[in-house]
Design a protein around this ligand. Sequence first.
Ligand code: PEP
Length: 249
Amino acid sequence: MHVRRKLVAGNWKMNGSRAALAELAPIAAAAREAAGVDVALCPPFTLITLAIARAGGISIGAQDCHSAASGAHTGNVSAAMLVEAGAKLVIVGHSERRQDQCESDDFVRDKAEAALAAGLQTILCVGEVEEERVAGTHCQKVLYQLDRSLPELRADAELVIAYEPIWAIGTGRTATPADAIEMHAVIREQLAARFGDAGQRIRILYGGSVNAANAAGLFACDNVDGALVGGASLTAEAFVPIIEAAAKS
Ligand code: PEP
């Protein structure tokens, strides 16, 4: 039996400002109360250092990094730069980057390798589009994507998987608990097949319109080890109930 602590991670995407950092104090207070729950927040790059100064017990991270350590990659940021800025984690392979920046599975894997090598907790995102779910090929798609995006594990940095059905991101539609149980089970099987016992320790988050109303139901599902939260992580009012639901699960 593997006991995995819940992780609730917020992704601010291209939102937030200095003023929005006022949300951190009540989120940090809730995180301190939530025994057994890890809380993280990934604001835009420009707010990382400022957020760290106000983070309390919350881990602050980034929403992406490049696979290279340095070089001619205008507009990009390396994993080592994030570490120097004080980041503890990074998200790679978010569907918005896979779509908007045409990021391939190979590139995402290289980013994950670079992030882990730099010592960052690395949240690797996978998920299917609506057509694949309707066609019944959602598990096949996610396992294929995972197979090609998975980095090698390291002893000194944690890999986390986030299952985020693309049709549920920012839409207000959420996977049902049955959908989540099905997908998280096949992801767990693949992680165990690839990494053995270490695969049982990898946390698998659900992401896609998680909110105060649906969080408890999702956290009760087998192999749902927390959530990656977009819109509802922007305010303490919306994010704190999700942290509390994780603590009660
Ligand atoms: C996300 O961006 O990872 C996400 C899950 O967004 P939302 O919670 O807004 O659907």
